[in-house]
Design a binder for this molecule. Structure first.
Ligand SMILES: [Ca+2]
Ligand SMILES: [Ca+2]
Ligand SMILES: [Ca+2]
Length: 217
């Protein structure tokens, strides 16, 4: 990061730059869930070029299947994923799969988020690519499952998401809509960052041009 010397930056240009950054930071893309998206291999691809992606989904009684969404992570950094629901009884579970298809994180209830799930995962610079978020409903009957069941909750309440959900999520908490947000600086394409910096430099140049012109006269 570099900073221009204070005398070269007018208050007006700083305000313009700040406004531009706020607009960029507050912008996000909303994607509506499209079924079927019930397996890791058939995850719904969610286009993303912004640092915040929002998905409107449903886990309805008519379709209590698992939901998988693929998001491209282009740079390393913290990836934050949260599921919320207007239904206070909604109880989700969540898994995050890395570019190689293996489960890298999972969660049942995230702190301060009721029974809904959340994951914060630090993506290494060498591990960028397509990440898949899986969402399903909590099934209390699986907490005490044994080795005879293909997969189950482990002792600390997290969820071995990948194998259990392969056959669908029927039987878990169902009948609610949800919003899924995925955010992180690594979602933004590098050209976008370059464009933003170029825009900022352009705004500064435009704001300082009249003063330079006056000196020549
Ligand atoms: Ca669904
Ligand atoms: Ca589904
Ligand atoms: Ca939960």
């Amino acid at each position: 990061m570099f900073c221009l010397k204070p005398p070269l930056v007018s208050i007006r240009s700083m305000c313009m730059l700040t406004a531009g950054l706020v607009l960029a930071a507050s912008s996000h893309a909303l994607t509506v869930e499209f079924e079927p998206n019930n397996t890791l291999a058939t995850a719904q691809v969610v286009p993303n070029t912004l640092a915040l992606v929002e998905i409107a989904g449903s886990r309805s009684f008519n379709d209590p299947s698992d939901d998988f969404f693929a998001v491209q992570v282009r740079q390393g950094g913290l990836l934050s994923i949260r599921a919320t629901s207007p239904d206070g009884a909604a109880d989700s579970i969540m898994g995050l799969f890395g570019p190689l298809g293996s489960l890298v994180a999972s969660n049942d209830d995230s702190p301060g988020n009721g029974f809904m799930s959340g994951i914060d995962f630090l993506v290494d610079d060498a591990a960028t690519g397509w990440y898949v978020v899986g969402l399903s409903g909590f099934n209390p009957g699986l907490i005490s499952c044994t080795a005879g069941v293909p997969a189950c909750y482990d002792s600390d309440g997290d969820f071995v998401f990948d194998t259990f959900v392969a056959g669908g999520g029927a039987g878990g908490s169902t009948g609610w809509d949800y919003r899924l947000t995925v955010s992180g600086p690594g979602l933004v394409p590098e050209p976008g960052t370059v464009t933003l910096v170029a825009l900022a430099i352009g705004l500064m140049a435009a704001a300082t041009r009249p003063r330079n012109a006056d000196k020549k006269r």
